[in-house]
Design a binder for this molecule. Structure first.
Ligand code: ADP
Ligand code: ASP
Ligand code: MG
Length: 438
C-alpha cells in the first residue's frame, strides 16, 4: 500500500481534479491525502481575520466570492444532474456552516473549524467525482483518526489504532480518500498540523500503516538544487538521504513541510516527490541511501535574528553555555544556529515573540548584541569532514558577500551560513553558479 498526497495546485481546478482521479485510480487500495484547492486556506484565513476584527460584512464578501468559485468548479467537474445536485448540497452545507460563524463570538477555536473546511470540501468533491466515475472510493475522515497530544505533537498510537480500524471496516474499497492538514487535539477539538501540514498527514499515515512508499505530488518535478522561485537554472535532485531532505525542508525548501521526513525516516519508508503536471518525470526519491561526495542542494530560511552574548566570564568558565541556552528554553524559543568563541556565543532564532525578555535575561551574563533581517543559507549534501575542499568551495562562492555566522560539523549533511536578507538572492545565485552550474 502507498500513500499519495496531492497539494493545493494539484487539485486547484476541476480539470486538475479529473487528472488526479486518473492518476490515483491506476492502482487500487492506496490512500490518497488531499489538500484544500489552492487559495482556499488563504481565503479561510482572510475570513477569520475579518471575524476577529468583528467585520462580518468583510467576511461574508470573501465567503460569497469563494462559494461562487466552488459552484463553478462543480458544474465543470460533474457530468450527471444527480451528482451535480449532491455536490451542490455538499458545497452549500460547508459554506452555510462557515457563514454561521459570522454571527457570534470568534475565537481560536472557531478559527480552527473554519480553516478545516477547505480539506473537507476538496476531499468530498473528489470522492463524489470518483463515485460518479463508478469507482468504489471511500472517505476516511481525518477528524476520526488524526490526533495530537497535550504537547500538540501527533499521537502515533492513537492514529495507528483508529486508522487501521477505519481501513479494516472498508476492506472492499478500491481507493481511500482523506483530508490532509486537519486533526483533533488532545481535548477532541478540531485543530490542524500547521500551514502546509498535509505533507505531515501523509507521512504520519505512511508510518501508521507501514506503507511501501509515501508520494508527495506537487507542481514541480521534485526537490530542486536551489529555490526555483528566486534562482535561475535550478534542476531536480534525483536522490536525497532522509537527513539531507530534513535539513532542506527545515531550512526553507517549501516543497516539503519540515516535519514530514521524521515519521518516514523512523520507519524507513521511502518518500517520492512527484509532479502532477508531468506524472512521468522521475522526481526525487528520499531514502536512507547516501550518495557519497556530493553537494546536493541549497535552501534559505527567512526572518532570522542573531543574538551575540560577549562575556569575559566565559573565559575558562563552565556552565556559561548552559545558562545562556536555559534562557531560550525558559522563553520556549528554539535556537537554529550556534557559533562560539572563547569570549562569546552567537545564536540565531526565527521566533521573535520573546526577543525582548530573552535579551533582558541574557544581560545578566554579558554584553548582548542583536542583528535582525537575516537569512540562514543552508548547503546540504555529503559534508563529512574528511571530504576535503567542500567547505572551501562553499565559502569561495560567497567571497563577495558579508557572512555573519558559519556553522559546520553539527551534522555530516550541512553547512549553514548567516547573511543579510538583502543579500539572499545574490548568495543563493552565487552558490548555484559555483556549486552546480560550473
Ligand atoms: P503544494 O501546494 O503541492 O503543497 P507547495 O507550494 O507547498 O506545493 O510546494 C511546491 C513549491 O515549492 C514549488 O512550486 C516551488 O516553487 C517551491 N519550492 C521552494 N524551494 C523548492 C525546491 N528546492 N525544490 C522544489 N520546489 C521548491
Ligand atoms: N491547505 C493547507 C494550507 O494551505 C494545508 C496544505 O496545503 O498542506 O496550508
Ligand atoms: Mg506544500
Amino acid at each position: 500500500m502507498k500513500v499519495l498526497k496531492f497539494g493545493g495546485t494539484s487539485v486547484g481546478t476541476a480539470q486538475r481534479m479529473k487528472d488526479v482521479a486518473k492518476l490515483i485510480t491506476a492502482e487500487h487500495r492506496n490512500i490518497i491525502v488531499l489538500s484544500a484547492m489552492s487559495g482556499t486556506t488563504n481565503s479561510l484565513v482572510e475570513i477569520s481575520d475579518y471575524l476577529y476584527k468583528k467585520n462580518p460584512d468583510g467576511a461574508n464578501e470573501v465567503i460569497n466570492r469563494l462559494a461562487q468559485k466552488y459552484y463553478a468548479h462543480i458544474e465543470e467537474l460533474f457530468e450527471t444532474a444527480e451528482y451535480k445536485q449532491e455536490a451542490h448540497e455538499l458545497i452549500t452545507t460547508h459554506f452555510n456552516y462557515i457563514r454561521s460563524f459570522t454571527k457570534d463570538l470568534f475565537t481560536l477555536f472557531e478559527e480552527k473549524v473554519v480553516l478545516a473546511q477547505g480539506e473537507l470540501i476538496s476531499t468530498g468533491m473528489v470522492n463524489l467525482y470518483l463515485n460518479e466515475q463508478g469507482i468504489k472510493s471511500v472517505l476516511l475522515p481525518a477528524l476520526e483518526y488524526m490526533r495530537t497530544d497535550k504537547n500538540a505533537e501527533p499521537d502515533p498510537i492513537y492514529i495507528k489504532e483508529k486508522l487501521t480500524k477505519l481501513v479494516d471496516e472498508n476492506k472492499d474499497a478500491d481507493i481511500y480518500i482523506t483530508q490532509g492538514y486537519i486533526c483533533r487535539n488532545a481535548y477532541g477539538e478540531i485543530d490542524n498540523l500547521q500551514r502546509g501540514g498535509s505533507d505531515y498527514t501523509a507521512s504520519l499515515i505512511g508510518a501508521a500503516l507501514n506503507a511501501d512508499e509515501i508520494q508527495i505530488w506537487t507542481d514541480i518535478d521534485g526537490m530542486h538544487n536551489n529555490d526555483p522561485r528566486i534562482v535561475d537554472k535550478t534542476s531536480p535532485v534525483r536522490n536525497l538521504h532522509f537527513e539531507e531532505a530534513a535539513e532542506l525542508a527545515y531550512f526553507g525548501a517549501k516543497i516539503l513541510h519540515p516535519t514530514c521526513i521524521l515519521p518516514a525516516k523512523i520507519h524507513s519508508i521511502p518518500v517520492r516527490l512527484l509532479n502532477t503536471m508531468q506524472p512521468d518525470a522521475p522526481g526525487t526519491l528520499i531514502s536512507n541511501k547516501l550518495e557519497k561526495g556530493k553537494i546536493k542542494a541549497v535552501a534559505a530560511k527567512d526572518n532570522i535574528v542573531s543574538i551575540k552574548v560577549k562575556s569575559g566570564r566565559m573565559l575558562l568558565a563552565t556552565g556559561f553555555l548552559r545558562k545562556v541556552f536555559e534562557i531560550f528554553e525558559d522563553h520556549k524559543t528554539p535556537i537554529d544556529m550556534v557559533t562560539t568563541s572563547e569570549v562569546g556565543v552567537s545564536v540565531t532564532i526565527d521566533n521573535r515573540k520573546h526577543l525582548e525578555e530573552i535579551v533582558d535575561d541574557l544581560k545578566k551574563y554579558g554584553t548582548v548584541m542583536v542583528d535582525e533581517n537575516l537569512v540562514i543559507i543552508c548547503v546540504v549534501g555529503d559534508l563529512e569532514w574528511d571530504n576535503v575542499g567542500f567547505e572551501a568551495r562553499i565559502i569561495y562562492a560567497l567571497k563577495d558577500i558579508p557572512v555573519r555566522m558559519i556553522s559546520y560539523g553539527g551534522s555530516n549533511y550541512n553547512v549553514s551560513l548567516l547573511v543579510k536578507a538583502s543579500d539572499k538572492q545574490r548568495a543563493l545565485q552565487a552558490l548555484s553558479t559555483h556549486l552546480f552550474n560550473n
